[in-house]
Design a protein around this ligand. Structure first.
Ligand code: FAD
Length: 385
């Protein structure tokens, strides 16, 4: 059995590894000539880590993961803690550690494990054809590839999605801009092994420890779509948006390197229930595009890969039957993640300012119990419990 996989992102390569582990031949095609991850880093929560463990990548993710022991929310003006607590109850309950990782390191780890030379770069999917025997894809350069089935992990702007759904779906602007990057750990900005978030005015500034004594940082600001901002204006823009915020936030803005800081207008897509058409299956952001507000988009792509490979290895009624089972298993879970992230997004970014103010007040009496319980529920909803 041979699978064609479109996209060498987290979803595509995780699928390739998962399928090969089950004895299924894969061929991966990637549009770009060189991978350049959009974001600086990503948190792999224990549901994602358990799936990586199942793929045989447990030691490798641990080796590139940051050490995140505590979690805290700080008041934006004074920089004083609203709440601060250990993450070990979460680790104990779910039985695995979360790992914030530099995105390029995660991407390289996955690609190296699969074998970089086996990926065909510069192959942009243009069209898909299928019949009862298999699938043929045509790339923009006119070349073709054939397989028994197709996994389309071609991201949020998926070309395969309108083929599967027979209509285009609009992306929805979530109402805020995110800037993200890496800086060396500086304890005047935040404690070295803590996930720290400064909150106020519907904005946030967050720092997560990644490997080699670095922080992954991000800023969120509710803003209209399409502002004329660029790298040249980046520090000035952030200084304006965060005027009056505490000295730690000002130090972070002074320290960051605009040339390696990303600016992303955050979008998602309304959840839908069709991931599969015949022998073609959508996977990862192509199937469920979410805001990053609960840090689960990449984790969900890895979950998809593990579930799909398990179904293909354990059912014998044919590929189309297996893909239908994959769809059944994944639509409910991923709808839940997209909608949870959207809800969290709205509270964090003051879509309803009163609700956001109530959340700031709640944080003052938070012991960690409620926040960790919510995170555990999301994690335990994954395919490996
Ligand atoms: P992608 O990573 O987008 O990969 C798709 C690949 O397909 C790309 O390499 C692309 O070049 C290729 N491609 C596209 N079109 C074609 C074509 N026509 N032909 C061939 N190849 C094609 N998730 C988490 O789990 N934790 C986090 O902390 C987190 N933080 C985030 C922060 C931000 C700011 C953002 C924007 C996202 C975050 N996410 C996070 C979400 C996560 O990045 C995505 O869910 C994840 O990258 C999806 O992987 P994917 O493989 O489905 O898609």
């Amino acid at each position: 059995m041979k699978a064609i996989i479109i996209g060498a992102g987290i979803g595509g390569i995780s699928s390739a590894i998962a399928l090969e582990n089950k004895g299924i031949t894969t061929q991966v095609f990637e549009a770009v000539k060189e991978m350049k991850p959009v974001g600086a880093a990503i948190s792999i929560w224990p549901n994602g880590v358990k799936c990586l463990n199942a793929l045989g990548l447990g030691e490798k993710i641990k080796a590139i993961g940051g050490n995140m022991r505590t979690m805290a929310y700080f008041d934006y003006r004074h920089g004083s803690p609203l709440t601060q607590f250990s993450m070990s109850p979460l680790v104990q309950r779910v039985g695995e550690t979360p790992y914030p990782v530099v995105r390029a390191e995660l991407q390289n780890m996955l690609i190296d494990h699969y074998g970089k030379s086996r990926i065909q770069f510069g192959k942009r999917l243009a069209t898909i054809d299928q019949n009862r025997e298999g699938v043929t894809v045509t790339f923009e350069d006119g070349t073709q590839a054939q397989g028994d089935f197709l996994i389309a992990a071609d991201g949020t702007h998926s070309v395969a999605r309108p083929y599967v759904l027979e209509k285009a779906l609009p992306r929805r602007y979530a109402g805020y801009v995110n800037w993200n990057g890496l800086v060396a750990v500086d304890e005047t900005i935040a404690p070295a092994s803590q996930w720290t978030t400064y909150v106020g005015e519907g904005k946030r500034v967050s720092l997560m420890p990644v490997s080699h004594h670095r922080f992954y940082f991000f800023f969120d600001v509710p803003l209209p779509l399409g502002l004329a901002e660029n790298r040249e204006t980046l520090k000035e823009n952030l200084k304006n948006y965060f005027a009056g915020w505490c000295p730690a936030v000002q130090t972070l803005i002074d320290t960051l390197d605009p040339s390696t800081t990303n600016r992303v207008e955050i979008h998602d897509i309304d959840p839908f229930d069709q991931f599969v058409k015949g022998r073609v299956a959508l996977l990862g952001d192509a199937a469920h595009s979410t805001t990053p507000d609960i840090g689960q988009g990449g984790c969900a792509a890895i979950e998809d890969a593990v579930v799909l490979a398990d179904i293909l290895a354990s059912h014998s009624l044919g590929i189309e039957d297996c893909l239908q089972r994959y769809q059944q298993r994944r639509t409910v879970r991923t709808r839940d993640l997209v909608l949870k992230a959207r809800k969290r997004c709205d509270v964090t970014h003051a879509i309803d300012p009163q609700q956001t103010e109530a959340w700031y007040q709640e944080l003052r009496s938070e012991t960690g119990e409620r926040i960790l319980a919510g995170m555990c529920e999301t994690i335990e909803g994954g395919p490996l419990g």
